[in-house]
Design a protein around this ligand. Structure first.
Ligand SMILES: *Cc1c(COP(=O)(O)O)cnc(C)c1O
Length: 462
């Protein structure tokens, strides 16, 4: 199994190298040359597997020869052992045909733990084999940073530097990062905005000599290993609800299009998924694209579901590649135009294909709150605001309510207590492993919004 770039101008790579590279040198994203297809009997035979067994079964189809089976098993076992629920990704029934897939039982209470616990261990394994070390750099507005730190803390072959905008992340999000005291973890509270953090990361990566001197690496959502880890829970949920004999629909709170793209891969592998619903908040570039065929940037507006407040969805390029018959030259041309004009118009054929694979709906802040309230009153379940967007948009877009709908519950309500409290007057409690979070010691450096200051800090702390 080899990986190719969506822009068609980079050499193909085996799995391990594509994990190390992140972005392809031609600016594209790596995708597998083909998606392995499973037969109905093969899928049925997965029904009795535990979460880690299923994860091994699926992920090993994408790793090719590169990682020894025992090593991969160990990485997977250890990754999902950190989850605080025996089922790892339990389903909770809301009504006769609607379920929540709880993806928030990991260390940092969001679904990103599924990918980043795996990626941290996987990277460490690859680096150990190659006797290499890397420096991971990332900017975060909250969830990604803490999940990346949790996945990389204490690993021998990496240092991780995470920048967040000082005073602009929630207390829980900050503490989940700054209370990690391992020597290889470095938090930077930047005097600036999230965009400033991202600009600095970009300029560090653009500095060829700094980049190669320290082996800079990113663990952002375009890394293929993150996608592949997320494919697993679509299978896990669907199998429990009667697949492959039954077709299951999913509603996915969407930002960078990573999580829902994993669902699309599961469908291409043969899992009988009916509707795949893109659920967005008011930052609805994807929902608009489905409606109008025009993928166009609008300014980011803050919402109650901040992890979905994005301007563009970086993983969408992977889907565009398929919608255009995997023509890398066409994607290069389209993305250059998009960069220049801030918009991109899909051909009639590409739009028809997009609409055949996905549905979309949006939920604004008022709908997000009323969904939290209604769900609590009717079922006793507290939803986090991202999950509420998923449920609200899922109900708008589902064809009829006799079909089974699984809503991905992407974060624990206690991660976003203010929104939950505003919606239904209940303060969601942190789970036991984080009860003392507010009493923990913190470690971070407060730095000016200057690339030179950040470079100096990195060199002094590796
Ligand atoms: C990151 C995140 C999302 C969006 O996921 P994408 O893969 O970027 O689409 C949704 N909900 C929560 C809680 C998140 O942290």
């Amino acid at each position: 199994m080899k990986y190719i770039s969506t822009r068609g101008a980079s050499p193909e790579l085996p799995f391990e190298d594509c994990v190390l590279a992140g972005l392809a040198p031609d600016g594209g994203l790596y995708v597998p040359q083909y998606v392995p297809e499973l037969t109905m009997p093969e899928i049925s035979a997965m029904q009795s597997l535990s979460y880690p067994e299923l994860a091994y079964n699926i992920i090993s189809r994408f790793t090719g020869e590169t990682i020894a089976p025992d090593a991969l098993k160990k990485i997977i076992d250890e990754s999902y052992k950190t989850f605080r629920h025996a089922a790892v990704a339990p389903l909770k029934q809301l009504d006769s045909q609607t379920y929540l897939l709880e993806l928030f039982h990991g260390e940092t209470l969001a679904f990103k733990d599924f990918a980043l616990q795996f990626l941290g261990r996987l990277l460490d394994h690859i680096l150990e084999k190659r006797k290499k070390k890397v420096v991971i750099i990332g900017a975060t507005s909250g969830d990604t940073g803490s999940a990346a730190i949790a996945g990389c803390r204490g690993r021998r072959n990496m240092d991780i530097f995470i920048m967040y905008p000082h005073g602009r992340v929630s207390d829980v999000q900050r503490l989940q990062m700054t209370s990690v005291l391992d020597e290889n973890v470095h938090n930077i509270a930047l005097d600036g905005t999230f965009d400033d953090c991202q600009d600095i990361v970009k300029s560090l990566f653009a500095d060829e000599s700094f980049r190669s001197k320290h082996n800079l690496t990113a663990v952002n959502s375009i890394n293929w290993a993150r996608i592949v880890a997320q494919v697993v829970y679509y299978f896990y949920a669907a199998l429990q609800l009667g697949a492959p004999a039954k077709t299951i629909n999913f509603s996915v709170p969407t930002g960078n299009f990573g999580d829902i793209y994993a669902g699309y891969i599961a469908k291409k592998m043969g899992l009988p998924i009916g509707q795949l619903i893109i659920a967005t908040n008011r930052n609805d570039i994807l929902a608009r694209t489905l409606k109008t065929g025009i993928y166009e940037i609008a300014g980011v507006e803050p919402s109650l579901s901040p992890s979905m407040d994005i301007q563009v969805s970086s993983n969408f390029e992977r889907l565009l590649f398929d919608l255009h018959d995997r023509d890398g030259a066409a994607i290069t041309h389209m993305m250059a135009g998009f960069r220049k004009d801030k918009k991109l118009e899909l051909s009639g054929r590409a739009l028809a294909r997009l609409r055949a694979e996905f549905a979309a709906a949006r939920a604004d802040d008022a709908e997000t709150k009323s969904t939290i309230k209604k769900c609590y009153e009717e079922t006793g379940e507290l939803l986090d605001p991202h999950t509420a967007v998923g449920l609200c948009a899922g109900n708008k877009a589902r064809k009829h309510n006799k079909s089974t709908l699984v809503v991905l519950a992407t974060a624990h309500p206690a991660k976003f207590p203010v929104a939950v409290e505003e919606a239904c007057n209940i303060h969601p409690a942190l789970p036991a492993h984080l009860e003392d979070l507010f009493k923990r010691k913190e470690k971070f450096a407060r730095l000016n919004n200057e690339t030179a200051a950040i470079k100096k800090f990195i060199e002094e702390n590796i």
